[in-house]
Design a protein around this ligand. Structure first.
Ligand code: PHB
Length: 374
């Protein structure tokens, strides 16, 4: 199958942009299968469980014991680097820094993409199919006629303030913390780089807090009742505030255009599902395209949206649920009262004590196998 990739940003930008960092077992398997897993297997860190912290107590969810599956800590931009490097090594076309991308003739059997290349020349690609893998802000979706798509959305009354810092991890596993001061997450990228998050109000200025204030806030939100616990500190090298939103558009196909990844759905980061859903989409899409191009049989593409969307909704529910259980809602929000808080704490106790409940959390976190009934 021949393909041409056109990308609006330049290569350094897409390779440097810090995104999520957890790969489900299924995503890991796919990257290995397509031959881009070597660096991931060398540098990625396998986690067999995670920590949930609330009421000043720590609770472990043992993914491996509960599901037989694990996750891999490996930054999304590292996956992006590996995919680009493989494409370049294989001498396959990938054009960075393009602008004014337009899609044409989507209802014909030879849809086209036109764009301006990085030298300012207008270019045209005539294709059999177009995959719109261009994210929430991408142009593909806008070429689908109004009325063809249904959108679903949930906006949360909080945001994540993320930092990257040169510090030693303070825990062998990620810590998701519910605290009276709001949610916090301790994650990592290597044995000398951590990625931590704080729940903040939407629109918070990432430079509003000093480095010390940030570290002090982690210490308050991760505090344990019965023993001292502090987060290892270090130089903060990046600060970013991310809004929290659940968003889905269906169907994911319009004639010869197939949407995949964030072009069709976004999740709040609490369940670490964004990149994994994109991988799952293209697994189904690649099968459909192969059948269509090799056997002139569009049945796989006809099913693409229905199959992909079922996994999308599972991940939407899981990330909405994790988000709702772990964050403090503002007092003016319907969930922000004392009843809402007791609902969260009861769920947290249940999902860290009942084996059935822990398995539910674990199997969603590590990702249901491809082909599972969803
Ligand atoms: C991250 O390491 O960036 C990360 C990990 C887990 C999440 C979200 C983000 O749920």
């Amino acid at each position: 199958m021949e393909s041409i990739v056109v990308e609006a940003r330049d290569r350094p930008y897409v390779e440097a942009r810090v995104r999520a960092g957890i790969l489900e077992q299924g995503s890991v398997d796919v990257l290995r299968e397509i031959g881009v897993g070597q660096r991931m297997d060398r540098e990625g860190i396998v986690h067999a469980g995670t920590q949930l912290r609330f009421d000043g107590t720590n609770h472990r969810i043992d993914f491996e014991a509960l599901t037989g599956r694990k996750v891999m800590v490996y930054g999304q931009q590292e996956v992006v680097k590996d995919l680009i490097a493989q494409r370049v090594a294989d001498d396959l076309p990938i054009h960075f820094g393009v602008s004014d991308v337009q899609l044409h003739d989507l209802t014909s059997t030879s849809p086209r993409v036109t764009y301006t290349d990085e030298n300012g020349a207008r270019q045209e690609i005539v294709a059999d199919y177009i995959a719109g893998c261009d994210g929430y802000h991408g142009v593909s979706r806008g070429h689908i006629p109004a009325g063809h798509l249904t959108e679903f959305e949930r906006i949360y009354p909080f945001a994540w303030f993320g930092i990257l810092a040169n510090a030693k991890p303070s825990s062998d596993e990620l810590i998701y913390a519910h605290s009276p001061r709001g949610f916090a997450l301790h994650s990592l990228r290597s044995d000398s780089v951590v990625r931590n998050y704080l729940q903040v109000a939407p629109g918070t200025d990432p430079n509003a807090m000093s480095d010390d204030e940030i570290w002090d806030e982690y210490d308050r939100r991760f505090a344990l009742q019965d023993e001292p616990f502090t987060i290892n500190r270090g130089e903060i090298t990046e600060r970013v505030v991310t809004p929290m939103r659940s968003w889905v558009v269906t169907p994911m196909r319009y004639e010869r255009l197939m949407l995949a990844g964030d072009a069709a759905h976004t999740v709040p980061p609490t369940g670490a599902k964004g990149m994994n859903l994109a991988v799952a989409d293209v697994v189904v899409l690649a099968e459909g395209l192969t059948k269509a191009l090799q056997s002139n049989d569009e049945s796989g593409l006809d099913q693409y949206s229905d199959i992909a969307v079922r996994r999308v909704w599972r991940a939407e529910h899981f990330s909405w649920w994790m988000t709702s259980m772990l964050h403090r809602f503002p007092p003016e929000h319907p969930e922000g009262d004392e009843f809402g808080l007791q609902m969260q704490l009861s769920q947290l106790r249940y999902y860290t004590s009942s084996e059935a409940a822990m398995r539910t959390l674990a199997e969603n976190y590590v990702g249901l196998p491809f082909g599972a009934a969803l």
